[in-house]
Design a protein around this ligand. Structure first.
Ligand code: HEC
Ligand code: HEC
Length: 294
């Protein structure tokens, strides 16, 4: 009985802090990839790179050590509960890494701009260098930093894409997580949960991570073109691969046919092992239900 009551309190706390996310409609992914937009070559950028690659291709006669599928049967029907850390994982981690440090000088760290939104952090920093700053002035500074940070999500940066797919509750929970990541005192207590529909989970993964490298639409490349570096557009992926193949390619890595022979090769695409199989299956579903557009 005691345990049940404790669970009830926990659940009501969790759901009490849960905000709905119905204000923002899911839309199809559109246009060229972010690296094409920036005229960057795949080989010359750290964007979207986890630096983890799939298994090497087994020798003839050898058994492949393909990953086990751990997909839930009801993945497409289940509302997911996300925290700011999940919003960060799906939308920011592909460029800024788990730590938030990114890959300077191309991808700046998120830590300092986030620390600049805290009055406590600013005042402590000023004191350290022997300057006294009033709380009023520190507050003024944090307001500017906050506006700059919010602007970045709506308008993007110089080389960073905007995030119109994120709702206000998602951005608020993301900001709370960024403060925790940056070590702002007390930030752990600000974390809130949000409900996420399966298609919106897929939308975030595709628009914020896959669209860094994959164009939305375009011709389906043959193995020779893949060898020469063409990245198949998002519109071709759901016919090129089945859902289990797609999930495996993203979460564990899978070989692809390249060249004229055509030989299977482990490929150049990084592995996103921080995405769950259910989340990636929802990306497949999203691409099927909302076909990519020009
Ligand atoms: C496609 C890669 C990419 C993604 C995805 C991305 N960023 Fe960035 N981000 C960059 C680049 C490149 C810069 C530095 C150049 C610029 O400001 O545009 C940057 C800079 C920043 C900065 C400012 C650093 C400074 O020195 O002022 C912050 C803060 C930031 N990103 C936060 C985020 C957050 C939060 C997310 C997730 C919602 C995110 N970024 C997703 C590429 C990315
Ligand atoms: C850093 C760039 C990059 C990012 C980000 C990226 N991909 Fe890829 N992807 C590639 C490249 C390059 C290929 C070509 C084949 C290879 O090298 O493995 C590819 C191939 C694929 C294939 C294989 C198609 C086939 O015929 O076997 C699938 C499926 C795929 N990507 C899905 C995704 C999904 C889903 C995401 C987002 C979670 C994603 N990719 C993010 C670079 C990327």
């Amino acid at each position: 009985m005691k345990n049940l009551a404790a669970i009830f309190v926990l659940l009501s706390q969790l759901f009490g802090q849960t905000v709905g996310n119905k204000d923002i409609p899911v839309t199809a992914v559109k246009g060229e990839s972010w690296i094409s937009h920036l005229h960057k070559r795949f080989s010359d950028t750290s964007m979207g790179k986890t630096w983890h690659y799939g298994p090497v291709v087994p020798m003839p006669g050898e058994k492949s050590t393909g990953g086990q599928q751990r997909l839930s049967l009801d993945f497409a029907a289940r509302t997911m509960i996300f925290h700011g850390s999940d919003v960060y994982r799906l939308n920011c981690r592909g460029c800024h890494e788990e730590s938030g440090h990114g890959a300077p000088p191309e991808i700046n760290s998120v830590i300092d701009p986030v620390r600049a939104t805290s009055v406590e952090v600013i005042m402590a920093r000023m004191k350290k260098v022997g300057m006294n700053m009033s709380r009023t002035n520190a507050t003024l500074l944090t307001k500017q930093s906050n506006t700059a940070l919010l602007d970045r999500f709506h308008k993007g940066g110089q080389d960073m894409p905007p995030f119109p797919q994120l709702s206000e509750p998602e951005i608020r929970s993301l900001l709370a997580y960024l403060r925790q990541l940056a070590g702002v005192p007390g930030a752990e207590r600000e974390q809130v949960a949000i409900k996420e529909s399966p298609s919106h989970v897929g939308e975030q993964i595709v628009k914020s991570t896959c669209h860094i490298c994959h164009n939305a639409v375009g011709p389906n490349p043959n193995p020779q073109q893949i060898l020469e570096g063409t990245i198949p557009p998002l519109s071709t992926l759901t016919t090129r691969t089945s859902m289990p193949e797609f999930v495996r390619k993203v979460t564990a890595g899978a070989p692809i046919s390249m060249g004229t022979a055509p030989l299977p090769y482990r490929g150049r695409m990084p592995v996103f092992d921080y995405l769950s199989e259910d989340e990636v299956a929802n990306a497949y579903l999203y691409l099927t239900l909302y076909p990519p557009q020009e």
